[in-house]
Structures are given as structure tokens and as C-alpha cells.
Design a protein around this ligand. Structure first.
Ligand code: TZP
Ligand code: MG
Length: 210
């Protein structure tokens, strides 16, 4: 299940940015993103499907991969590149059965214990979070801190790992140095949509070496 995460893995947030998923994807790609997760908690399946389809069209033209948050059914219907599962979504083996061997499947974890168990699951990468305090996701688990990232890295060996939650330009380097392959960001990129391109570029630059 060979898969490499880019250093920066942005997630969309239409409520925060005030932009459609396609508009956000366009800006994030202009900032250098090559893998983007569409995350939508408010729209109906019908409306999210329509928006995601438009976002996928933009991404395909630019050879950028799109992962759908939570919804295996939508990922399948859209022909997206993969799905990102939470602990209460479909189990990874069921998602793999539906999406097939080439799909990218990610799984959120919230502790080294959960991550350790997930290593044998048919997933391409794990996420750990929230690393720091975040206001973007309600009902999050406890913050794991940089210590938590270190603990997960040592529990999962070489499995691709993305860290999420409260990550900014100022702390992203530390998160990578603690053992994450990538950082996943929402508000640091999208809270001021007119700055999304420049912020995305700057974080890629910050993380380019080492
Ligand atoms: N999962 C754990 S924290 C989080 C998600 C989706 C929100 C991350 O948003 P931000 O704005 O980058 O803290
Ligand atoms: Mg989820």
C-alpha cells in the first residue's frame, strides 16, 4: 500500500472560508497543494455531491488528488481518489472493499493506542489529532501535543502519518520534527480566503527542507 503524503495536506471548510469547495480547491492548488481533502459538515448529500463534483473537475485538470471526508458513498459515486475515515465511520476494511485497492484510505486516530491498532488495517495513512487547541472542529478528543505525535510515530513505524489540529505556519515545523510526515490545516489556510494562496505557499516553503 505504497503512498507518500505531501508535507502539507489542506482540508476545505466552506463555512469558514465562505467559498465553494471548487473555489477553495483552486486557491489551494495555486498555493502548491497536490492532495486536498473535501470536508463538509453542513450541506445535504445532494449539495455536497454537486460541489465536490465541481471541485474534482478543477483538481483533475491540475492533476491534484481529492479525498472525501467521512463519506465512502460519495467518494465512490464521485470517483474521488479516496476517503478519510473517522473512528465512527465505516470500518476501513468495508471502505476498502467498496473503493478497491487503488483508493487512498486515511483513518483518524486520537492516541498512540488507537494508532498502534490501526497499523494492520487496510489504510494508506493515519492521522493523529488534535495536536493543539482548535476551534474548527467541535467535540474533538483531548489535545495530544508534540509528545503525542512522537508517541504515535514510535508506535506505527514507517506508516505515513499526518498531524492535525491547531497547526499554523509558526508550529508546523515542530510537528514535522516530532515525526509527522505531513500537516493537515484548515483555519491557518482558509480563515482569510484572500490570503489562502500566499499562506499555502509560505507553509510549503517552511516545510521544504529536513
Ligand atoms: N480533526 C482534528 S482537529 C480538526 C480536525 C478536522 C480541525 C483542524 O482545523 P484547524 O483549523 O487546522 O485547527
Ligand atoms: Mg470524520
Amino acid at each position: 500500500m505504497s503512498f507518500e503524503l505531501p508535507r502539507l495536506y489542506p482540508l476545505t471548510d466552506a463555512a469558514l472560508s465562505g467559498l465553494s469547495h471548487a473555489e477553495q480547491v483552486e486557491s489551494l492548488i495555486n498555493g502548491g497543494a497536490t492532495l486536498i481533502q473535501l470536508r463538509e459538515k453542513d450541506l445535504s448529500p445532494m449539495e455536497f455531491y454537486r460541489q465536490a463534483k465541481a471541485a474534482l473537475r478543477v483538481a483533475r485538470q491540475r492533476r491534484v488528488r481529492i479525498i472525501i471526508n467521512d463519506r465512502v458513498d460519495l467518494a465512490l459515486a464521485l470517483g474521488a481518489d479516496g476517503v478519510h475515515l473517522g473512528q465512527s465511520d465505516l470500518p476501513p476494511h468495508a471502505a476498502r472493499r467498496l473503493l478497491g485497492g487503488n483508493a487512498i484510505i486515511g483513518l483518524s486516530t486520537h492516541s498512540a493506542d488507537q494508532a498502534c491498532k490501526a497499523v494492520t488495517f487496510p489504510v494508506n495513512y493515519l492521522a493523529i489529532g488534535p495536536v493543539f487547541n482548535t476551534v474548527t472542529k467541535r467535540d474533538t478528543a483531548l489535545e495530544v501535543g508534540l509528545e503525542g505525535v512522537r508517541a504515535v510515530r514510535s508506535a506505527i513505524g514507517a506508516m505515513p502519518l499526518v498531524a492535525i489540529g491547531g497547526i499554523t505556519e509558526a508550529n508546523a515545523r515542530q510537528v514535522i520534527d516530532a515525526g509527522a510526515d505531513a500537516v493537515a490545516l484548515i483555519s491557518a489556510l482558509l480563515s482569510r480566503p484572500e490570503e489562502t494562496i500566499i499562506r499555502t505557499r509560505r507553509i510549503f516553503q517552511t516545510l521544504a527542507t529536513g
